[in-house]
Design a protein around this ligand. Structure first.
Ligand code: GRF
Length: 207
């Protein structure tokens, strides 16, 4: 059975596009069952429609609480038979209803080498801190902000002449390379968690 992804976005959707492109190139054996946005004006919705993907907007204003909002998102994901949830610039904290419905089945991409620089404006934080190496992280989502076991990381240099924009652009190229590969790794199932560590299971991998 083909794996079915649910991709959650709030904005531009370039990571969504990288997943679409990896599937089209045959590098990711999956289909995108639904794209969910919490913003009607998200540019990523246009990309999704151009790729002829099913899109659903779930807006906070339609729900009385965070729990009810999350439950509605779970309902949409389950109605589309999703088995892996990919956050791709989804600007909301993920609550218990979603984590309980998809245990260890929610991924996020963050534009820093976690655990450095969690939260907003990670690229600006890295530049202002003066690190010489920055990058991106794909991790399993847990209740902590940008917490959870790390699946893959990719590093890029920070150059003296960098601005937030130039560093963000360099990191974004890495994000687009990383996310489809991390999704494929999680979907192949040949891994286990050892404490916080995402460990590729040698026995399972050679089976
Ligand atoms: C990316 O930098 C991602 O790492 C972060 O939000 C941004 C989303 O960009 N979580 P896009 O919408 O995928 O273009």
């Amino acid at each position: 059975m083909s794996h079915r992804l649910g991709v959650l976005i709030s904005g531009r959707g370039s990571n969504l596009q990288s997943i679409v492109d990896a599937i089209l190139r045959g590098e990711l054996q999956a289909e995108i069952a639904v794209v969910i946005s919490n913003r009607q004006e998200a540019a990523g919705l246009m990309r999704a429609r151009e790729a002829r993907l099913e899109t659903v907007c779930v807006l906070q204003k339609d729900y009385a609480s965070r729990e009810l909002y999350d439950a509605a998102v779970v309902g949409v994901l389950q109605a589309h038979g999703v088995d892996l949830v990919c956050l791709a610039g989804f600007m909301r904290l993920i609550g218990e209803p979603l984590l309980e419905a998809f245990p260890n089945r929610v991924l996020n991409i963050h534009p820093s080498l976690l655990p450095a620089f969690p939260g907003l404006d990670a690229q600006r934080q890295a530049l202002e801190h003066g690190v010489r190496v920055a990058g991106a992280t794909v991790h399993l989502v847990d209740a902590e902000l940008d917490g959870g076991a790390i699946v893959l990381q990719g590093a890029v240099p920070v150059l003296d002449a960098d601005t937030v924009e130039s560093l963000s652009a360099r990191i974004l190229v890495e994000e687009h390379r990383l996310y489809p590969r991390a999704i494929a790794r999680v979907l192949d199932g040949k891994w286990r968690l050892v404490g916080r560590r995402f460990v590729v299971d040698a026995a399972a991998a050679s089976a």
